[in-house]
Structure formats: C-alpha cells, structure tokens
Design a protein around this ligand. Structure first.
Ligand SMILES: Nc1ncnc2c1ncn2[C@@H]1O[C@H](COP(=O)(O)OP(=O)(O)OP(=O)(O)O)[C@@H](O)[C@H]1O
Length: 296
C-alpha cells in the first residue's frame, strides 16, 4: 500500500491546524507521529481515515484519490480514535461482533472476532461486560475492533495513554508484530513508545512537519547539541542562562552533593559543557527548538 499526501492544509475557521503537509508512506512501515498538544496529529489522522476533509491538498491511496474511492480505504483500514466510545453494556464479544457487522464482515465473522480477541489477549474477558473492564482492557477492546478486518493500514491515536508499563509493552509488541506486512501509524506523546517500535518518526508542530525519517537520523541531527554541566552555589539557573547564549531547553535536572547537574539541548553548546550522546527524547526536543527558531 502507498499513501500520498500532497500539500494538505486544514483550517478550523481562523486556526491553521495543518499547513502544506507532504508525505509518502509505503508498507510495511511502523510510524510514530509525535508532537506537542495541538500540533495537528489527530487532525492529520482524521484526514487520513477520511473522517475530515482537508481545506486544501490531495490524498491518494495506491494511486486512487481518497475522495473518489473511500470504500477502497474503508475495506483496508483499522482506526482507533482518541475518544473512542465503547458500548459499556455489551459483552466484549458481543461488541466486536456488532462492529464486525458494521464493517461489513460477513464471511468468517466469528473467526475474525476470535482472532481479534486472541491477538489482544482478551480471551478471559470475552464474556464480561465492557463496563467491568479496566482502562487498559478497554483500550485493548478498542484495538481489537480496529484489527477485526486484518487491516492493511492501522491508525491508532494515543493508544498507550493511561496504561501501566506492562500494558504499554504489550501494546507495543502487538503493533510491531502487526507492522511486518502493513502500515501502522501511531500517534503518541510518549517518545519511549516510538523508540522501541517505530522505524520511522514524523515530528509535527504547529501544523507543520518538522522531521520525517528514522529515529537514529533524528538523533544524528542532535549530535553536538546535547550536554551536561554541574553548577555549584546559588543562582544556578541564572548562571546557566549566562553560560548558554541563545535558546536552550533543560531536559533533566539532578541535585548532586555539589550542586545541580543540568542536561541541556541547545543550538550552540558552550565548551564548558560535557557533550553527550543524545537520547531520542533529547533529539525530539532539539528538533522542536530548531524548528521553532526556523519558523519564527
Ligand atoms: N473541531 C475543531 N474545531 C476547531 N479547532 C480545532 C478542532 N479540532 C482541532 N482544533 C484545533 O486544531 C489544532 C490541532 O488540533 P489536533 O487535535 O489535531 O492536535 P493534536 O496534535 O492531536 O493534539 P493532542 O496531542 O492534544 O491530541 C489545535 O489548535 C486545536 O485546538
């Protein structure tokens, strides 16, 4: 499958939610959409699934314009939106059976439901009403409905929010295993999720793409821009500001026996800092810092 977005823009009255987005995605791919609140991630996902129309631009799926053949996409799509409503009074399998009917799955419907239940480890809960499930289990039901039709394109909006570490790992494994032969797009605030499973990362901010590529390419861009310094005595933040000329972000502050150790990301790292290898989170912060300066 290939998805191509050309010059996609979206305005909500005076708000520019997306500006000139150009992207081409080929399967297989496991893509992480990252960006701060309001960056445009959900808007872009809604446009990709045909739920919202862009103000400008075009989308093609396998060369077919999306607005000309939504059915082609719907048959191949699994989507878990951020605010997914579950029918709390239905049992897990009843709910999935109902969604399978809505998706037009006629042949092998019960096999599709069993498969989705098994892939999301919900076997023990299949006869429980949804309202009795924990937050993580409900999220799993959300994923189960998205994968019912074994989609070639799976789009999930912040699926790991509010999950405990074990549940998050379970989700990550589920997505990365599923991404071997399809496109999985995951929107998240959690850089760790991207680091552990995504082979491609798209950084969005203020409706624009700041970066598209592999996580290690993002890290490469931040080399020479991340460092630590230990400052003793009072007025440490003031000293820090005078040491670094220009914009910088503190990515960690650790109190030490001598004073405070700061980890900072900056365009111009002074020689007084010990340069260190950036983490993906540092690299993301550097990308935002650089992008904001360039877009000022
Ligand atoms: N229905 C709407 N009407 C008006 N403005 C909207 C609407 N939906 C989104 N916006 C605005 O568009 C911008 C992008 O929002 P969007 O929800 O796409 O961001 P996001 O990156 O998904 O944010 P978050 O991480 O908080 O979910 C924001 O400024 C938001 O306020």
């Amino acid at each position: 499958m290939n998805i191509k977005l050309e010059n996609i823009s979206k305005r909500y009255k005076s708000i520019k939610a997306l500006e000139n987005i150009n992207l081409s995605i080929d399967s297989p791919a496991m893509i992480g959409f990252v960006g701060p609140n309001g960056a445009g991630k959900s808007t872009l996902m809604k446009i990709l699934v045909g739920q919202l129309l862009p103000t400008n631009g075009s989308i093609t799926i396998d060369g077919i314009p999306l607005n000309k053949n939504e059915r082609y996409l719907k048959e191949r799509l699994g989507y878990l939106p951020q605010d997914f409503g579950l029918y709390e009074e239905l049992k897990v399998d009843e709910f999935l059976d109902y969604i399978a009917s809505l998706k037009g799955i006629k042949k092998n419907k019960s096999e599709a439901v069993d498969r989705a239940i098994s892939m999301t480890s919900l076997k023990e809960k299949r006869k429980y009403k949804i309202r009795t499930l924990s937050g993580g289990q409900k999220q799993r039901v959300g994923i189960a409905q998205a994968i019912l039709n074994n989609p070639e394109l799976l789009i999930v909006d912040e699926p790991t929010v509010g999950l405990d570490p074990e549940e998050r790992i379970r989700f990550r494994n589920l997505f990365s295993e599923g991404s071997k032969d399809r496109i999985v797009i995951l929107s998240t605030h959690i850089i760790e999720d991207v680091e552990s499973i995504c082979n491609s990362i798209i950084v969005l901010n203020k409706g624009k793409i700041f970066f598209v590529g592999e996580p290690n390419e993002l890290i490469k861009e931040a080399l020479e821009h991340v460092g630590t310094i230990e400052i003793e005595g009072n007025e440490r933040e003031k000293i820090l500001k005078s040491e670094v000329k220009g914009e910088f972000k503190i990515t960690s502050t650790v109190i030490t026996p001598k004073g405070t150790k700061y980890r900072i990301v900056s365009e111009k790292l002074p020689s007084s800092f010990d340069k260190i290898t950036p983490s993906l989170e540092d690299a993301y912060i550097y990308c935002m810092l650089k992008g904001e300066t360039e877009n000022e």
